[in-house]
Design a protein around this ligand. Structure first.
Ligand code: NOJ
Ligand code: CA
Length: 553
């Protein structure tokens, strides 16, 4: 089937559109609410297509919009081939795809293949059918240990902190690496494999251009007769030897999916969410596999020139090894927004907020987080990223410079990471607060009524309305950068330009240079025409925490 993309900027059958695309992540429940039930919806997205077009992005990636009990923000999918009635209908989905395509914007859907929701009809059938049944073989069921089977098959801990095995009324146990409402599929089962092929074709036939693959390093598991303990698993360091994560067999699945992707013109694309060691990433990104993989290295780095330089060098080499283009990302629905991360002390790779650190974010008590510095650094980092070869993934609201919302009362929080990890993790609700579109109004223009997560009082001042057309606003910076990037982006190459230790400077083809001052003192601006800066210049000086794009002769 041929894509219906209708744009003067992109060729309809351009098979390489993704290589240097700017992809904007929409978390549908928090983007725009058209019908006033407090939950963002497809009509809301449709109404904002002009905004997305004006922003200048190439594609949107939609986090799950499928029917879900929302035990994990929609990553607990009850039906992979439908739309949650609270979010819309399949007809509205088609309308949304058509509107985005007409605006020259591609559509990426989120596929969640490691686990379903416990509401999924297959899991309900598995419960009803009982031990040893073909229905149960689609998931991972085991008898328990001990004479009466009352001990779990293993002492494993799930990603959200509770035990990874849960007992069902007939006495068996099932595996869930995430919440108990997210039973893991058994990928040795052909029904499971066939059903996902069906799902990929279902959305591809509806014009979806690509897929983000959730927990792509999960799926296949090596579970022998007797299971290792958590301590034994934790001691495994040899790549590919872990029984639960990043097994080589998973690539058979992606080779199979690649055949499905290639049934379409242009081939559907996929990007792996695979938290694996760096050298294991190229296989996920290979042309025989998913084609692209997230690189979370900058997201995990501090605002530090040396770290940035190393990460960029390493990832360009890795993408050359896989034949893919690299991906860059600072924010998504799982981590503290980067405008806030950069206001915190160096975090050495930690992207979550621990309980007891709320003061760092809320600004209510001393020491107050330096919000202004965080935003200045975030803008500088983003302008650097948008100058890099490869594709850039942006998360809704970062174009407004939104901070993490830290002071959400416990009673209003939704994320299982908060509830199941008491005293450890603040959870991810703070980056999922509905967007402010207007200065005033009950939910700052998010919808005609309230918002499903509370927005802070000052949100209106960060709204689209407050920043639209305002020189120097974060929104106008993103718009200008994305527009210029379209003009300047060329071959996927970069040359480092020698510079002081605190300065990162590189040249792209055709005289486009990017220079970022990570230090605390101003540095001399390189010669050339200044095209864009992330903040005001000081005469001929590039101030601290600022990036400039320069055209050299
Ligand atoms: C990664 C998703 O980004 C996250 O939000 C989710 O909780 C887990 N995968 C489980 O699906
Ligand atoms: Ca709604």
């Amino acid at each position: 089937m041929t894509s219906t993309l209708n744009t003067d900027q992109l060729l309809v059958d351009d098979a390489t559109w993704w290589r240097q695309a700017a992809v904007y992540q929409i978390y549908p429940r928090s983007f725009a609410d058209a019908n006033g039930d407090g939950i963002g919806d497809l009509r809301g997205i449709i109404s904002r297509v002009p905004y997305l077009k004006r922003l200048g992005i190439d594609a949107v990636w939609l986090s799950p919009f499928y029917p879900s009990a929302l035990a994990d923000g929609g990553y607990d999918v009850a039906d992979y081939r439908d739309v949650d009635p609270r979010i819309g209908t399949l007809d509205e989905f088609d309308e949304m795809v058509a509107a985005l395509h007409a605006a020259g914007i591609r559509v990426i859907a989120d596929i969640v293949p490691n686990h379903s929701s416990d509401d999924h009809v297959w899991f309900q059938e598995a419960l009803a059918a009982g031990p040893g049944s073909p229905e149960r073989a689609r998931y991972i069921f085991r008898d328990g240990l001990g004479a009466d089977g009352s001990r779990p098959p293993a002492d494993w801990t799930s990603m959200f902190g509770e035990p990874a095995w849960t007992r069902v009324p007939d006495g068996q146990w099932y595996l869930h690496l995430f919440a108990r409402e997210q039973p893991d599929f058994n990928w040795d089962n052909e029904d499971v494999r066939e059903d996902f092929r069906k799902t990929l074709r279902f959305w591809s036939d509806r014009g979806v251009d690509g897929f983000r693959i959730d927990v792509a390093h999960g799926l296949t598991k090596e579970l022998g007769e007797s299971l290792p303990s958590q301590a034994e698993i934790d001691a495994i360091t040899e790549p590919g030897a872990h029984p639960l994560w990043d097994r080589d067999e998973v690539h058979e699945i992606y080779a199979d999916w690649r055949k499905v992707f290639n049934e379409y013109t242009p081939p559907r694309i996929a990007v792996a969410e695979a938290w694996v060691t760096t050298h294991r990433r190229p296989r996920y990104a290979s042309a025989e596999g998913l084609g692209q993989a997230f690189n979370f290295d900058l997201l995990e780095a501090d605002f530090d020139a040396e770290q940035f330089r190393t990460i960029i060098t390493d990832n360009l080499a890795l993408s050359a090894a896989s034949g893919s283009s690299t991906t860059w990302v600072f924010s998504n629905h799982d981590v503290v927004r980067h405008a806030t991360r950069y206001a915190l002390p160096p975090r050495n790779g930690s992207t979550t907020v621990k309980q007891g650190q709320e003061w760092l974010l809320s600004g209510g008590t001393a020491p107050v987080a330096d919000v202004e510095l965080g935003l200045r650094r975030a803008r500088a980092a983003t302008l650097l990223m948008l100058g890099l070869p490869g594709s850039a993934y942006l998360y809704q609201g970062e174009e407004l410079g939104l901070p993490e919302v830290a002071d959400i009362p416990a009673a209003e929080r939704q994320d299982p990471a908060f509830f199941r990890n008491p005293g450890v993790d603040m959870g991810r609700d703070g980056c999922r607060v509905p967007l402010p579109w207007t200065r005033e109004g009950s939910s700052f223009g998010f919808g005609p009524a309230g918002a499903h997560l509370p927005q802070p009082a000052g949100f209106g001042e960060l709204s689209v309305e407050a920043q639209d057309g305002v020189p120097g606003s974060t929104l106008e910076l993103y718009r200008a950068a994305l527009a210029l990037r379209h003009e300047l982006q060329a071959a996927e190459t970069l040359e480092w330009v020698p510079s002081p230790a605190d300065v990162v400077r590189f040249a792209r083809p055709s005289g486009w240079q990017v220079v970022t001052n990570f230090g605390t003192d101003p540095v001399a601006l390189p010669d050339g025409e200044v095209l864009l800066t992330s903040g005001p210049l000081a005469g001929t000086q590039l101030p601290a925490s600022t990036t400039a794009w320069i055209r050299t002769a």
